[in-house]
Design a protein around this ligand. Structure first.
Ligand code: PMV
Length: 308
């Protein structure tokens, strides 16, 4: 009645921003991501206590969203959940993706339920849409109810330099913010159509290991998502001065001949994508940008797994 699982956060290269069903957490368009080795969550689920409880990095937290995942799995026993992130918590990094992926995996193992990775992915989605991709790990596509690994992490050894551009949690959670964009942004339809065009091109460049092609596509996809956010009412502005500083520094670096591209989720942090030999230069550059608090250099990682 007790199990522990680990899962990695992921960064999307073709983003998910917009739901076609809010209740079922189904995306308007499919997305593509890569799991990141240094952004890892370890979660233990113990079934049988009198009430649900959740401990997140040593502090008590609300177990309501975790309960939604357990209910969807058909687990009605109460659960004691202890979750720990190996990266700065509350910094607006994608801890919900790794957290719900580890939770779904650990909970099913604790209950003795045999679930395929696809089924676990669909369960994790109930906590947070992007968590479906963290269950799959590697290069993952989420379409409809579940995500699947389209290529293993070893397919392409890239580096993802995560520049922390602010300290606190983000201003508007993605659940509310996505609804605001869908309901109010005049660019939202165009954004969704863009994602539908981007995914097949991205998959082609991924299989060909075309870094300039995929980097350029991922950067434009992220900036177009932020254009949709900015065009929302109320406007969703996630960037900090350091975010713009990183964008400009990387643009200048690229002009000087180093291949590095940028992606940004619903927060201020910048993730630079580059080949391993360029990672040190990119990391040093980002550390020098005013307002950048830290840089975590990540490599591709696999999917969620139960610890022995
Ligand atoms: O899964 P959520 O609800 O945290 O939404 C994630 C949305 C983005 O991170 C902005 C994009 C993505 O595809 O991960």
């Amino acid at each position: 009645m007790k199990a522990t699982a680990v899962a990695h956060a992921n960064i999307a290269l073709v983003k998910y921003w917009g739901k076609r069903s809010e209740a079922a957490i189904l995306p308007e368009a499919a997305s593509l991501s890569i799991a990141l080795d240094r952004l890892r969550t370890t979660t233990t689920v113990e079934l049988g206590p009198a009430a649900d409880s959740l401990e997140l990095d040593g502090a008590p937290a609300d177990p309501a969203r975790a309960r939604a995942v357990l209910d969807a799995a058909g687990i009605h026993d109460r659960a004691r959940i202890v979750s720990r992130n190996d990266f700065p918590t509350g910094a607006g990094l994608a801890s919900s993706a790794s957290g719900f992926a580890a939770l779904a995996t650990a909970a099913c193992a604790a209950a003795g339920l045999r679930r395929t990775p696809q089924e676990l992915s669909a369960l994790a989605r109930r906590g947070s849409g992007s968590a479906s991709r963290s269950v799959a790990g590697g290069w993952a596509v989420w379409e409809g109810e579940t995500a699947r690994q389209v290529l293993p992490p070893e397919h392409w050894d890239l580096r993802f330099c995560v520049a922390l551009c602010a300290a606190g949690p983000k201003s508007t959670g993605s659940r509310d913010a996505m609804r605001i964009s869908r309901d109010t942004s005049p660019y939202h339809r165009a954004w969704i159509e863009q994602c539908r065009r981007d995914l097949p091109r991205a998959l082609h460049m991924l299989s060909a290991r075309d870094l300039p092609g995929l980097g350029d596509l991922a950067e434009k996809n992220a900036l177009r998502m932020h254009a949709d956010m900015l065009a929302s009412d109320p406007p969703l502005l996630y960037w900090e001065p350091a975010t713009v500083g990183c964008l400009q520094a990387l643009r200048d670096l690229r002009r000087a001949g180093t291949q590095a591209w940028v992606t940004i989720d619903a927060g201020p942090h910048v993730v630079a994508i580059c080949a391993p030999p360029d990672a040190k230069q990119v990391e040093t550059l980002l550390r020098g940008v005013s307002g950048v608090k830290d840089v975590l250099v990540c490599a591709p990682a696999g999917g969620a797994r139960v610890l022995p």
